[in-house]
Ligand binder design. Structure first.
Ligand SMILES: Nc1ncnc2c1ncn2[C@@H]1O[C@H](COP(=O)(O)OP(=O)(O)O)[C@@H](O)[C@H]1O
Ligand SMILES: [Mg+2]
Length: 262
């Protein structure tokens, strides 16, 4: 019997509207979007700035209700925020007055887990992110890249069912960004989880993803879903940048992003 991979998240005909009550204005951010995020997959969403990527994360996170359509998780409608959906933001959303260890343990603290146990778990996730030496440091003592690795460790330490990442590497330098991408794939390999990764970088999306969802300029609609059939073993920047499979897929996705209407 073949295993059917169930959708973890199902987005059905979703329209998302920002409402500005004071000025009585509405802004259509996402229009009639249907997309499944399959259990265990690494799905990247690419699209130009303003096409509704962050808005989509807000809706899946439960901060915003669709105007039309619906979003389900494991077949149940998403009603409110929950620890089963973790988010990593572009900004280093770490608490500056807490150590790296305490930052990673914070979600466990809120869940009422006793200090020795949450520190044990936090150290485990720090080791996974190769950050054990930074446990007692404060966020300002770390580089931008390290802070994002802490943010990933903190999200995973909460054992969400899906990790959503909103342009997490957009603020780090180009070289560090490549390292963080490889590092993320290593962690994901050791720690399989459903990932929704949002970026406006086509190269980043094609490098990381099992599938890339290309959105149109705002209001975001689904332009195309592209399967990235490059084996996981080949996902290293040293070699993939000359891999014809990678180059072809990158060019294809690039064309979709650059010619949104055709
Ligand atoms: N709180 C808000 N109120 C009104 N409009 C918003 C709000 N947040 C975002 N928007 C608008 O919705 C659109 C999509 O925004 P966003 O989801 O942040 O795009 P992206 O993340 O793809 O850059 C943009 O046109 C943006 O200006
Ligand atoms: Mg955004």
């Amino acid at each position: 019997m073949t295993a059917i991979r169930e959708p973890k998240i199902s987005i059905n005909g979703v329209t998302l509207v920002h409402v500005n009550e004071e000025r009585r204005q509405e802004h259509l951010a996402v229009e009639d979007l249907s997309l499944d995020i399959v259990e265990g997959e690494f799905l990247c969403v690419v699209g130009p700035s303003g096409c509704g990527k962050s808005t989509l994360i807000s809706a899946i996170a439960g901060f915003m209700k669709p105007r039309t359509g619906g979003i389900t998780m494991n077949g149940r409608a998403i009603e409110k925020p929950g620890a089963d959906r973790g988010v990593v933001f572009q900004e280093y959303a770490l608490l500056p007055w807490k150590t790296v260890l305490d930052n990673v343990a914070i979600g466990l603290k809120y869940r009422g887990i006793a200090k020795p146990e949450r520190e044990r778990v936090a150290r485990e996730y720090l080791a996974m992110a190769r950050l054990s030496d930074a446990a007692e440091k404060y966020p300002h003592e770390l580089s931008g890249g390290m802070r994002q690795r802490v943010a990933v460790a903190r999200t995973l330490a909460n054992t969400p069912e899906i990790m959503m990442m909103d342009e997490p590497f957009a603020a780090v330098d180009a070289q560090t960004r490549l390292t963080l991408q490889e590092e993320l794939l290593r962690v994901w390999d050791e720690h399989p989880i459903t990932v929704l990764f949002i970026t406006h970088s086509v190269e980043e999306a094609v490098f990381l993803a099992d599938r890339v969802a290309v959105l149109t300029p705002g209001p975001g609609r689904l332009r195309e879903l592209v399967q990235i059939d490059i084996p996981r073993e080949a996902r290293h920047w040293d070699t993939i940048s000359t891999d014809t499979r990678f180059l072809k897929l990158r060019d294809h996705v690039m064309k979709l992003v650059r010619n949104p209407s055709r």
